[in-house]
Ligand binder design. Structure first.
Ligand SMILES: *Cc1c(COP(=O)(O)O)cnc(C)c1O
Length: 424
């Protein structure tokens, strides 16, 4: 066991890692002349080197073709979003018809709630987790108000079962048993942003549907992190951003999923011309005819300069394969968790579930000595080039990602924490 915490052990694992060469496809930010120990792919993924050429291609095609780039660009802009569709579908376990790259995450949550949050006087409520990401909470609250209801009555939050902040699916089931008849929508994370807890999407979909509710997922921290089976989960809809594990750049274009069973349903929706059937869109008719599937939710013609980095990034995911990435991710995060348990037992509490099936890359760490000590450790890590992030009130998040992190990074991070703890 104690052999785990040696540089030799970490380096041996890096040497045996079949995905090790993917790190060279990324720009690694520098700290005092050497690579940072970057654990922040859950917040902003690193830049794939191929992004520059992908962007340059679009700039060149714009320069060369002007408006004709819609048809003559290397990747013609008119059908551009369809080039992303298959890659995205593979990434989230959906059918190509079910996914689209568009807008940003909170925008997509709103657009999808327009269709899937249809409150009635007897069924007006939305269920979320207590401690949901603020933007999701703001979106849900404002949707409830928009429909003339009161969030005090119609926003139901499922609390954590313990002070760890983890929420069991049993707690959700209990809330649904009590309130389910009033619930129009369950909006749930795939992976909780503060604790790193991963949820069983299928179980939650089945639970919501059993009570007659719609079910949607925010996959901000799940996409590119866990292999997803969105179609099989049966969820009504999902949305995600692409700048975290998907490495598509700050504010990158987001994604949306709408289950196939809604592909041609006459759902209420906010329409725009890009959601119109592609074959007749340019007849510029007065009557809207929606594209089948997720495409129908598009409003505007897509931002090509924002789509190019996502395409470049998804091609890397396709090369590596999400299952191989997950295999490495379990080993990598498992190694970091084991080192923390073994070397820092009296210093740090890891609040992320120990079961690898209940977490992805991220570990959420609390310093046992309290918030101030936690803040001090966080500052120390940053000053040493070990880049994690801080989430109020007291969590340091470290997320080794399988595309560009090494076992040696995990070893180093624990060594830096140990040195800090020993010096106190
Ligand atoms: C990162 C994140 C967001 C961010 O929303 P944007 O619309 O992309 O700014 C929202 N919700 C969750 C759960 C997140 O993790």
């Amino acid at each position: 066991m104690s052999g785990l915490f040696t540089e030799a052990h970490a380096l041996a694992q890096d040497l045996a890692d079949p995905l090790a060469h993917f790190r060279a496809l990324f720009h690694i930010p520098q700290h005092q002349g050497r690579d940072q120990w970057y654990f922040c792919g859950n917040s902003l993924g690193l830049q794939p080197k191929s992004v520059r050429a992908a962007l340059q291609q679009e700039l060149d095609d714009w320069a060369a073709f002007g408006v004709e780039g819609h048809f003559h660009a290397k990747h013609p802009w008119m059908p551009y979003h369809t080039e992303l569709r298959d890659l995205l579908a593979e990434c989230v376990g959906a059918k190509p018809l079910e996914v689209v790259a568009m807008n940003s995450l909170t925008v997509n949550l709103h657009l999808l709630m327009v269709s899937f949050y249809r409150p009635t006087p007897t069924r007006p409520a939305i269920v979320i987790e207590q401690g949901a990401f603020p933007s999701d909470r703001y979106a849900v609250e404002s949707q409830i108000r928009f429909h003339g209801h009161d969030p005090a009555e119609c926003l139901i939050e499922v609390g954590a079962d313990s002070d760890s902040g983890l929420v069991t699916e049993d707690a959700l089931a209990q809330v649904m048993a009590e309130h389910g008849h009033r619930v129009a929508l369950v909006l749930w994370p795939g992976v909780q942003y503060r604790t790193g807890q991963a949820f069983d999407l299928r179980a939650i979909s089945v639970l919501g549907h059993t009570h007659g509710s719609k079910v949607g997922f925010d996959l901000a921290h799940a996409v590119g992190n866990l292999p997803l089976q969105l179609h099989a989960s049966g969820a009504d809809f999902a949305a995600w951003c692409s700048y975290k594990y998907l490495n598509a750049g700050p504010g990158a274009i987001a994604g949306a999923f709408v289950h196939e069973r809604h592909a041609t349903a006459a759902l209420p929706r906010f329409n725009g011309w890009w959601g119109h059937r592609q074959d007749t869109r340019f007849k510029m008719g007065a009557e809207f005819q929606g594209s089948p599937g997720a495409d129908g939710w598009q409003l505007s013609n897509p931002p090509i300069l924002a789509m190019a980095p996502l395409r470049a990034s998804l091609e890397i995911f396709q090369q590596a394969g999400i299952d191989a990435l997950r295999r490495k991710s379990k080993a990598l995060t498992g190694y970091l968790a084991a080192l923390i348990a073994q070397e820092l037992a009296g210093v740090i509490r890891n609040v992320t579930p120990a079961d690898p099936e209940r977490r992805g890359c991220q570990l959420s760490l609390q310093v046992l000595a309290g918030r101030e000590a936690g803040r001090a450790l966080f500052e120390h890590l940053m000053a040493e080039g070990v880049i994690g992030d801080w989430r109020e009130p007291d969590v340091i998040r470290l997320s080794p990602t399988p595309l560009y992190n090494r076992f040696g990074d995990c070893y180093h991070a624990v060594r830096v924490i140990k040195q800090w703890a020993d010096a106190r």
